[in-house]
Write a protein that binds this ligand. Structure first.
Ligand code: PEP
Length: 246
């Protein structure tokens, strides 16, 4: 199978401060290795600072969200081109908290992914089913529908997909490595129906209660190319063992 980029992504959500950035980025930089990309998603007010602190350390920077439009009357939003200008390489798109608290739907999320790809920002497109959907046996249908939206986007082959089952986010109930692997294999197979080469190359990240004690088993799975870490990314002692497991 082709070599896929391995990455570990720290999603700070709405946590942190200037002091936190000034302490974390150099510490992460000392741990960062070429073989596994270490990506940090700070809150938007700290993106420029984090990308400056990260220069030359091997740490890269991602936004937690981005606007669908390239510019315009959209108070409170920022464009993908602005992210590129402050040194971001990635943007999370469609995180479940954006879907839940900001009513983002698949059409908007596809628009955000498209805006990123056109501006040279790699979108990390988050997909995942709810607990009720999994219990009803609808997981495959839900994920395939979310992937259809992604694949309707020009340049989708350059995106990254993060599988984040909603029941696993912030719950301490991570998917088992077997469930995560089976779901990643399903995602890759569905992408392959559209473009086998693109599917084989695309990094697929798992997110949802990744901790030091489950990271290694998850990352050992053949279709899990990295992890997206929320809660455990805020504490260097919790995060570095996750990074080292990759
Ligand atoms: C996330 O917010 O993307 C996430 C995976 O959170 P946690 O690791 O806290 O479950």
């Amino acid at each position: 199978s082709p070599r896929r980029r391995q990455m570990v992504v720290a999603n700070w959500k709405m946590h942190g401060s200037f002091d936190f950035c000034r302490a974390m980025i150099p510490a992460l930089g000392r741990a960062a290795q070429d073989a596994v990309e270490l990506v940090v998603c700070p809150p938007a007010p700290f993106l420029a600072t984090v990308s400056q602190l990260a220069l030359g350390t091997g740490v890269t920077c991602s936004a937690q969200d981005v606007a669908e439009l390239p510019s315009g009357a959209r108070t409170g939003e920022w464009s993908a081109a602005m992210l590129a200008e402050v040194g971001c390489r990635y943007a999370l798109v469609g995180h479940s908290e954006r879907r839940q608290h900001h009513y983002e739907d698949d059409a908007l999320i596809a628009g955000k992914a498209r805006a990123c790809l056109l501006a040279g920002i790699t979108p990390i497109v988050c997909i995942g089913e709810s607990a009720a959907e999994r219990e009803r046996g609808e997981t495959e249908q839900v994920l395939c529908n979310q992937l259809d939206w992604l694949m309707s986007t020009p340049l989708w082959r350059q995106a990254i997909v993060a599988y984040e089952p909603r029941w696993a986010i912030g719950t301490n109930q991570a998917a088992t490595p077997e469930v995560a692997q089976a779901t990643h294999a399903l995602i890759r197979a569905y992408l392959a129906q559209c473009d086998a080469q693109a599917a084989a190359r695309m990094p697929l990240l798992y997110g949802g209660s990744v901790k030091a004690d489950n990271a290694q088993q998850l990352l050992a799975m053949p279709d899990i190319d990295g992890v997206l870490v929320g809660g455990a990314s805020l504490d260097i002692a919790a995060f570095l063992p996750i990074y080292s497991a990759a």
